[in-house]
Structure formats: structure tokens, C-alpha cells
Ligand binder design. Structure first.
Ligand code: 5AD
Ligand code: SF4
Length: 369
């Protein structure tokens, strides 16, 4: 771990700064005492309420296939994992999940799957976008999270109803990126960045992010990841703790990881610092947070996040969408209904129903605000 040894500023000073440099971010990430840590999280929450709609946006998450052509060393869906049973939801199943979201006034859905650049897959997504758009009469914004694709594919999907895209860079340290992926042209850091630039160019509301607590990742790396999100000028962000999966090569390094509690708090501090850096973006309280603690997502919503995803994937599939190993207390295993939503939301915070929940940062960037 990197501990700064230059003169430290007081916490109050740092929290009132209009910008933060790498050294100051490292100092905040290293905060340890309960009081100072809480000061940071509280400040981030206040900024979230002040600069954004002071409500939580909800997204209906549809994990429609766990097939993936990639082989990321950290992920349970990697192509070489022969143990998991692969699935692909039917068009009808996907559409009925989208209609559920629409009927329940979610305002937005996320269509996510493992990566495929097969032309039949791309064509099918286009067809689904058209159908969903037609059936929901513009009442749902559609976010895609389908990995790296050609600029043409991104453009076709945009023209057919997708308006937001999530693509994490995972880590901004190219050495660490290499360590987390096979050494081939299918897993290139530069290509990932190029994809992010294409998405922005086309006009998507762009989301990116990274994992916290990766093997060999330093505090300095996390500070760089936060600054990289600011440099990319993202509209949305997802920062989640790394969670080991026993069916992946990275499992060998399990013993070297930070304890789960520390990983959880380091993620919360990262979210809070991002909120200080980017006041008007949407930040998700990721489902991985809830895997480390039953209260994880609530904690995220009190530390700078303003979005949660509610899993609409049918039960028989969602147990097979194992990017990481989920604990038994994981709420997304439970059937989602309008009564259980409140278990993931702190009391006093309202849900923004029937609201697209556009990122203010994006609207300003597009000069629509
Ligand atoms: N732990 C935490 N997050 C993971 N992801 C994939 N595998 C893991 C893991 N083991 C995240 C990646 C990816 C997103 C879809 O899921 O950040 O971008
Ligand atoms: Fe596939 Fe994404 Fe998992 Fe990589 S992280 S193996 S691209 S699902």
C-alpha cells in the first residue's frame, strides 16, 4: 500500500477543495479512523443531494446471457470456464422483463450479457431494441452493457433505441490490465479506450468504472483510476469491489487480497471521492457491494451513489450469471418485487419513479440543460 509521506492537509480542508490532486486523493483513500472516514462519506452524500435530484434512480437489470467470448482472468463467465451452465434468454423473456420495468415505472433498463461480436448476436440486439422501443412508447431509456463492439455496431444500436452504454476500463494501470487478461489482441487496454471514445463520439451517455481491491493494486492505482474517470469525463460510473471466483485463475491469489471489510470501505471511499471530483454524474451503488455486506448498497447510497440496479433476470438464470461468487445473503437472488426494493434503500431516501434519471453531467454536456 502506498502511504503518502509529504505534508498532509487537514480533512476539512480537503473536503472543501474544489479540486483534488493525486496526493490529496491518496490521503483521503488512506483515511482510517471511523470519524474521518464518516466525514468523507457524509460530505459526498451532501454533494449528491445538492447537485442532483435528491432521489435514487432505479434501473431494471436484465442479464440476458452468460455466454462470453472473452477470457478475463477474474470473471466467472470467462470462456474457459467449463463448469458453469450457459444460458441465453429468449426474446419473449427479455421483452417481458422490460415490460415489467415499464409497468412499474422504473424509467430505465440495462441489457447486459457476456461479450459477443457475432453478427447474429448484434442483429438480435438491434431487433430487441426496436421491439422494446415500440412496445414501451418511449417510456423506457435503454442502457446496454455488452462489451467492446465495432463503432458501426454501437452506432446501429444507438440509432435503434439504445441511449446509454456501460463499459468499465477495470483498471487504468496498463500493467495491471495485462495481468488481469490473457495476452492477446482480444484483450487490449488500448482497444477498450478506443471503444469508450467511439461511444462518446456517437452520442451515448457513457458509463465506465473499475474494480477495487484487485491483487497487487495499490492505493496510488486507485487514485489514478479516479482521476482517469474525471479525465474521460464520464456521465455515469460504477465502482465495485473485486470478489474472487473459485472457477477463475485469479483465485490462486485469494490469500493476497485485502480483507472483505477493508475492500468494502475502500470501495465506499472511492465512490465518495469520485463524488467530490464529479458532482453531477450518476454513480451506481453496485450489486457487488451488497455481496460483501447486506447493507452494502445502502452504504453506497449514503456515500455518493444515486443509482441502484434491480435485478429482473428470472431466478432460473440469475444464479448462473456469476461474474463473481455471490454470498447467500445476496438480495439479487431473491425474487424482485416492489416490496423488496426498500430493503436496499436507506430510510428517508425516495425512489425516483417514472424518471429517466439522465445524468445532469450528460445533459449539460449535450447543452440540454
Ligand atoms: N469481482 C468483481 N467484479 C467483477 N466483474 C467481473 N468479474 C468480477 C469479479 N470477480 C465486473 C467487471 C465487469 C463487470 C460486468 O463485472 O468490472 O466490467
Ligand atoms: Fe466476459 Fe465481461 Fe466477464 Fe470479461 S468481465 S469474461 S468480458 S463477462
Amino acid at each position: 500500500m502506498f502511504i503518502s509521506n509529504t505534508a498532509n492537509s487537514s480533512i476539512a480542508e480537503l473536503l472543501s477543495n474544489t479540486s483534488l490532486n493525486r496526493q490529496q486523493i491518496i490521503q483521503l483513500l488512506n483515511l482510517d479512523g471511523a470519524t474521518t472516514k464518516n466525514q468523507l462519506l457524509k460530505k459526498a452524500h451532501q454533494i449528491t443531494l445538492k447537485y442532483n435530484n435528491p432521489q435514487v434512480y432505479i434501473r431494471g437489470l436484465i442479464e440476458f446471457s452468460n455466454r462470453c467470448q472473452k477470457n478475463c482472468l477474474y470473471c466467472g463467465l470467462r470462456r474457459s470456464n467449463r463448469i458453469i451452465e450457459r444460458y441465453m434468454m429468449t426474446d419473449d423473456e427479455i421483452i417481458s422483463a422490460a415490460l415489467y420495468a415499464c409497468k412499474n415505472h422504473y424509467g430505465s433498463i440495462v441489457l447486459q450479457s457476456g461479450e459477443s461480436t457475432d453478427h447474429r448476436f448484434c442483429y438480435r440486439v438491434t431487433r430487441l431494441l426496436k421491439k422494446i422501443r415500440h412496445l414501451t412508447h418511449g417510456k423506457l431509456k435503454i442502457t446496454l452493457s455488452l462489451g467492446e463492439q465495432s463503432k458501426e455496431t454501437y452506432k446501429t444500436w444507438f440509432e435503434n433505441g439504445a441511449s446509454r452504454y456501460l463499459l468499465r476500463f477495470e483498471t487504468s494501470n496498463p500493467r495491471l490490465y495485462q495481468m488481469l487478461h490473457p495476452q492477446d489482441s482480444n484483450h487490449s487496454f488500448d482497444k477498450r479506450l478506443e471503444a469508450l471514445f467511439h461511444l462518446r463520439d456517437i452520442g451515448y451517455m457513457v458509463g465506465s468504472g473499475f474494480m477495487v481491491g484487485l491483487p497487487t493494486q495499490s492505493i496510488g492505482d486507485i487514485a489514478d483510476d479516479l482521476l482517469f474517470l474525471a479525465q474521460l469525463d464520464v456521465d455515469m460510473a460504477g465502482i465495485g469491489p473485486f470478489i474472487c471466483h473459485s472457477q477463475t485463475p485469479l483465485y490462486n491469489l485469494k490469500g493476497t487480497l485485502l480483507p472483505e471489510d477493508d475492500r468494502l470501505f475502500l470501495t465506499l471511499k472511492s465512490i465518495a471521492i469520485l463524488r467530490l471530483l464529479m458532482k453531477e454524474i450518476n454513480i451506481a451503488a453496485t450489486t457487488a457491494l451488497e455481496t460483501l455486506s447486506v447493507e452494502g448498497r445502502k452504504m453506497g447510497l449514503l456515500a455518493g451513489s444515486n443509482v441502484i440496479m434491480l435485478n429482473l433476470t428470472p431466478d432460473r438464470y440469475k444464479t448462473k450469471y456469476t461474474l463473481y461468487e455471490k454470498s447467500k445473503n445476496h438480495r439479487s437472488y431473491e425474487g424482485i418485487n416492489n416490496k423488496t426494493i426498500h430493503q436496499s434503500i436507506p430510510s428517508g431516501i425516495k425512489i425516483a419513479y417514472s424518471d429517466f434519471g439522465d445524468s445532469i453531467h450528460y445533459l449539460k454536456r449535450q447543452k440540454r440543460l
